[in-house]
Design a protein around this ligand. Structure first.
Ligand code: UD1
Length: 425
């Protein structure tokens, strides 16, 4: 099991060059689970979530909600929520640890009529502003001020009211904020240029099951007719497409043959097309996909884009694969301004990469060589794991805190596929 303690001395050791084979079951999506959990602030009847991954980030969200007064029972990926928020101020110590904490702002405002949420702060992959979340709250009638590191939101006597939200850029989190806040606002809200990621869709589907009135789910225009209250609901979190994509690359990069179960391949269409271009064989069925590869990958250029484009959350892992491609690959990152922190670490394993602003040119080498490397963020950690699985010799990966935020039972799953991996001091 992954450990949830941020124990700085622990590292992962991987001895590479083992072909991965067998079956892996994908967990529920962290990025869907986090906003779904925040719904417990506004669904005050029986609320049950299943397929919730047990990760540092979901534990943190759970603690944040418990601190606000929600009762949560957590058993094997099943969470039962009870009660209402007892206070409107979120804990600084918890919020500062996870940027996604900003997702509680709208639900707290809707539930309590006021909210005091610490600014979530920056992150290694870019400055990651929250202006679009604030724009959402103001468009729905909230007054927002910033004071001593807090976002302080209040409502006038009319409460939240529907409005027009025209996003200047696509944002997953801000779209989720808009949906969660608008469902209980008076009147109609129109959201233009909404994110249509499967995790956003999952949130909206759960809300509609609970009696919300959201039209246009899965498109970039959402119409939300506010309802007075939400009803009891049970919902299963959508499978983690990013985890599934990561294991697909683990199969390809080790010339393996892995069956990936509990995945919706439809949500990975662009990624699957790219992987096929590089020479991997992929057999798709409704809830699973088999990925195999028998020769060195072919290079194929990629540009990250909002869904349904190539996901930024698979960019680092894809780069690991291209480090051993038979030729040159160009990867453009368009979502975050600083998401190539894995590059110097991959180069320690012998990769040849040149970065110019948001473009990385990867000159494929025949083989990576195991090295001591440091993970800088969640997806970068997986990229280094993948590099280590393909490399000759043993690699030592430090900075596991990031990895534990997003990959459930990573060592168990990789060990089952034949990898030589262990965590120790
Ligand atoms: C979510 C995912 C993250 C993924 C990202 C893009 C969660 C918990 N995290 O992050 O894994 O990499 O989507 O698919 O679901 N932006 C602003 N102002 C804002 C908000 C965002 O300028 O108020 C910018 C960001 O800096 C970035 C772009 O919008 O350049 C997209 O970010 P966004 O989609 O909001 O990412 P997150 O929701 O934070």
């Amino acid at each position: 099991m992954n450990s949830f303690i941020n124990n700085n001395t622990e590292k992962i050791f991987i001895t590479g060059e083992k072909k991965l084979t067998g079956t892996v079951n994908i967990s529920g999506a962290k990025n869907a689970a986090l906003p779904l959990m925040a719904l417990s602030l506004i669904i005050n009847k029986e609320f049950n979530l299943s397929n919730v991954p047990d990760l540092a980030d979901t534990r943190l969200m759970s603690n944040l909600l418990i601190d606000l007064g929600i009762e949560i029972s957590w058993k094997n990926g099943n969470l039962n929520f009870n009660g209402k928020p007892a206070k409107d101020e979120a804990s600084y110590d918890l919020v500062r640890q996870m940027r996604a904490s900003i997702l509680i702002l709208g639900p707290l405002l809707a539930s309590k009529g006021s909210a005091k949420v610490p600014l979530p702060g920056g992150c290694a992959i870019g400055s990651r502003p929250i202006d679009l979340h604030i724009m959402v709250m103001e468009a729905l009638g909230a007054n927002i001020i910033f004071d001593s590191g807090f976002i302080i939101g209040s409502l006038n006597s009319e409460g939240l009211k529907g409005g027009l939200i025209n996003f200047p850029k696509v944002s997953v989190g801000a779209t989720e904020s808009a949906i969660m806040t608008a469902v209980l606002a008076k009147g109609q809200t129109k959201i233009l240029n909404a994110a249509s990621e499967p995790e956003v869709t999952d949130l909206a589907n759960c809300l509609n099951k609970a009696g919300a009135d959201i039209i246009g789910i899965g498109t970039e225009t959402l119409i939300i007719n506010g309802v007075k209250e939400l009803n009891k609901v049970s919902h299963s979190v959508v499978p983690d497409r990013i985890e599934a994509g990561s294991y697909a690359i683990a199969s390809s990069i080790t010339m393996g043959n892995v069956e990936i179960n509990n995945v919706n391949p439809k949500y990975l269409t662009e990624f699957i097309n790219v992987l096929k271009f590089t020479g991997s064989k992929i057999e798709i069925s409704k809830n699973s996909m088999k990925v195999s590869c028998s020769k060195r990958p072919k290079p194929h250029d990629v540009t990250t884009d909002p869904y349904p484009g190539f996901p930024t959350d698979l960019q680092a892992q894809y780069m690991a694969l291209m480090t051993i491609a038979d030729g040159e690959t160009l990867i453009k990152e368009t979502i975050f301004e600083n998401r190539f922190m894995h590059v110097p670490e991959l180069m320690r394993m012998g990769a040849r990469i040149s970065v110019n602003h948001q473009k990385a040119e990867i000159f494929g080498v025949k083989k990576l060589k195991g090295a001591k490397v440091m993970a800088s963020d969640l997806r970068a950690s997986m990229c280094l794991i993948l590099g280590a699985l393909a490399a000759s010799g043993t690699s030592e990966i430090d900075g596991l805190y990031h990895l534990d935020r997003g990959y459930e039972s990573l060592e168990d799953k990789l060990t089952n596929l034949g990898a030589i991996i262990k965590r120790s001091n």
